[in-house]
Design a binder for this molecule. Structure first.
Ligand SMILES: CC(C)(COP(=O)(O)OP(=O)(O)OC[C@H]1O[C@@H](n2cnc3c(N)ncnc32)[C@H](O)[C@@H]1OP(=O)(O)O)[C@@H](O)C(=O)NCCC(=O)NCCS
Length: 221
């Protein structure tokens, strides 16, 4: 009998005749397992499993839920929508298998420095679902949002507040070249101090610029 690829499959499905399909299936399953592990590892995770994209209003409930579950600082739904409406390129989500597993939301603030208008990027909130952490998702979200803040909105620096006890977040931000500008005593509603962290992203954002536009908010370290 002449065996084509088609009738090998046909016969294996029906479990009939002489050709055994099981070795092929076993080899294929073994190959798939190895292949998937490779793409589930840290290096491949961002390419294979997670999509970083702009927030869409249909993500609102999931983002609000992540915010409530993983952060003590919570906001009403309209606040998320307001930031999205004004600065959509700086509000990103991470998606895995159709599920929202992380987000970062930023806004742009306008001020004056030496009588010229300037823009500051402010990271308002970021969270990643617990079981998806240490895969580089927050890093990818932050880099994406910074890209939007710089390239679309033309900010001179990006800044954020973080609890002084939040070591994972502080470590994340330091790795992304943010530095502690100073402490904001009792910044949080439960009385915890906050660090104000800053990253200059334009040439004019030198020490003088940073201290003029943000220095008033902090006690020096
Ligand atoms: C902070 C948070 C967003 C980090 O998300 P993540 O996707 O796990 O971060 P990444 O995988 O991109 O980590 C990047 C770097 O951050 C640091 N980091 C992240 N989690 C850490 C942890 N638990 N302990 C120490 N360092 C940590 C590490 O330097 C890490 O790099 P490495 O994995 O190569 O060592 C996440 O822990 C979270 O959602 N926390 C709760 C919400 C929160 O605190 N938000 C910040 C408010 S200011």
């Amino acid at each position: 009998m002449k065996v084509s690829a088609y009738n090998i499959y046909d016969e294996a499905i029906g479990c009939r005749k002489h050709f055994s399909f099981y070795p092929v299936v076993i080899v294929w399953v073994a190959f798939k397992t190895l292949f998937d592990v490779r793409f589930s590892d840290r290096g491949g995770a961002m390419q294979k499993q997670y999509i970083i994209r702009r927030f869409n209003p249909k993500d609102l409930d999931n983002v609000v839920k992540l915010n409530w579950v993983f952060l003590p600082e919570n906001y009403p739904s309209f606040f998320f929508l307001e930031n999205y409406t004004h600065w959509p390129e700086a509000f990103l989500v991470a998606e895995s298998e159709g599920k929202i597993v992380g987000y970062v939301m930023c806004r742009v603030e306008e001020k004056y420095y030496r009588f010229s208008p300037i823009k500051l990027g402010h990271v308002l909130s970021i969270a990643v679902e617990k079981k998806h952490r240490r895969q580089g998702i927050a890093t990818a979200l932050m880099k994406g949002a910074e890209g939007g803040l710089v390239n679309t909105y033309g900010v001179d620096l990006v800044y954020l507040e973080v609890r002084i006890s939040n070591e994972p977040a502080i470590s994340l931000y330091k790795k992304l070249d943010y530095r502690v500008l100073g402490i904001m005593p009792k910044y949080y509603s439960d009385g915890e101090d906050g660090y104000l962290m800053v990253k200059p992203v334009s040439e004019r954002a030198d020490e003088r610029f940073i201290s003029a536009v943000l220095g008033y908010r902090v006690k020096s370290k």
